[in-house]
Structures are given as structure tokens and as C-alpha cells.
Design a protein around this ligand. Structure first.
Ligand code: CA
Ligand code: CA
Length: 176
């Protein structure tokens, strides 16, 4: 279910000049809500900056996690900067989730990590000391409490973990 957002304007009590002024503001806000940040996430998703995040209740291998996020109109989470990394860490801690798949692999070139599924360059990293180590061929990315919520590479198919899906805000924005 999509959360509904509403606001009230009492334009009937305004002068013509003020009415015009407030209508310009209202339409500007409406425009920004569609093309910028928006204000709402669907039920069960947590808003942070321009995105909504959902921690899975199930555990899957990395590929199934990627697919499940796609089915739900989202993608396996990308962490683009330290602020988002702190937010995701806090999300895990407050939900008592020990670890989560992140949406990156070095499947194409060993040691070159990209955000999937479109292969976006990884500008920010937070690997734990000694990781990634590609132990017995590890090509998928995990954030893990056992590594103080830093990142570790893990086998994509041989491990099942919780996962976080990310989607942009605005989807399903309704005024009423
Ligand atoms: Ca690897
Ligand atoms: Ca590893």
C-alpha cells in the first residue's frame, strides 16, 4: 500500500495577490516533489535523503536477492558515500540484522567492484581489513557485523543472507 500525503490550503480567505503568490508556491512544491526528493516511501520502507530502503525478512543468495529487489521495483542497495554507509549500518543495528548483501560484485574482473546490475563505478568503499580476499572465489559484497559493519566479499551462490532493496522516492506520490 502506498502512503498518502496531504496538505491543506485555505485560499478562500486570501486576497487576490496573496492567492496568486501561494498558488505559485504550491505549484513549485508540486513540481519539485515530482522531480526532486519527494516526501514519501511505501509502507515498510524507510526514507533517507532521496531513497527508500527495505530490509528483507527472508535470506537469499546474492542473485535471488538482486531479483527480489527488481521484482519490487527497486535494486539491491548501492552505498555511494560515508553518510549512506552510516545510515545502512544504523538500519541493520536497529533491526537486529547481523549482515546484508550489498548490490556490488567483482564478477567481471577480479578485484574491480561495480554496483549492479548496470556496472556503475564504485566511488566509495569501506572494506574490512584483509578484505576483499576472494577466498575460494568470492565475488559478491556483504556488510557484516562480524567485521564491525565493514564490507566483506562472499560467495554469491554458496551463502544466503538478508538483503536491502533501495528505490527512489516519489514513486506513488499522491496528493489528496
Ligand atoms: Ca572476487
Ligand atoms: Ca572475503
Amino acid at each position: 500500500m502506498i502512503r498518502k500525503c496531504s496538505f491543506i490550503f485555505r485560499i478562500d480567505t486570501m486576497s487576490t495577490k496573496n492567492r496568486r503568490y501561494y498558488l505559485v508556491i504550491a505549484f513549485s512544491l508540486l513540481f519539485l516533489s515530482f522531480f526532486n526528493t519527494g516526501w514519501c516511501c511505501p509502507d515498510g520502507w524507510t526514507a533517507y535523503r532521496v531513497s527508500c530502503y527495505h530490509i528483507s525478512r527472508d535470506s537469499q543468495n546474492w542473485f535471488n536477492a538482486l531479483k527480489m529487489c527488481e521484482i519490487h521495483d527497486s535494486y539491491l542497495v548501492h552505498i555511494d558515500n560515508v553518510d549512506e554507509n552510516v545510515f545502512i549500518t544504523h538500519l541493520l543495528q536497529t533491526s537486529n540484522t547481523n549482515n546484508t548483501w550489498l548490490g556490488a560484485t567483482d564478477w567481471t574482473v577480479e578485484g574491480t567492484w561495480l554496483w549492479e546490475p548496470h556496472g556503475h563505478k564504485m566511488d566509495y568503499t569501506n572494506f574490512a581489513p584483509g578484505q576483499p580476499n576472494n577466498y575460494h572465489t568470492q565475488n559478491c559484497l556483504l556488510m557484516d557485523a562480524a567485521h564491525h559493519y565493514q564490507w566483506n566479499d562472499l560467495g554469491c551462490l554458496t551463502s544466503t543472507r538478508h538483503y536491502i532493496c533501495e528505490r527512489g522516492q516519489n514513486t506513488g506520490f499522491i496528493i489528496g
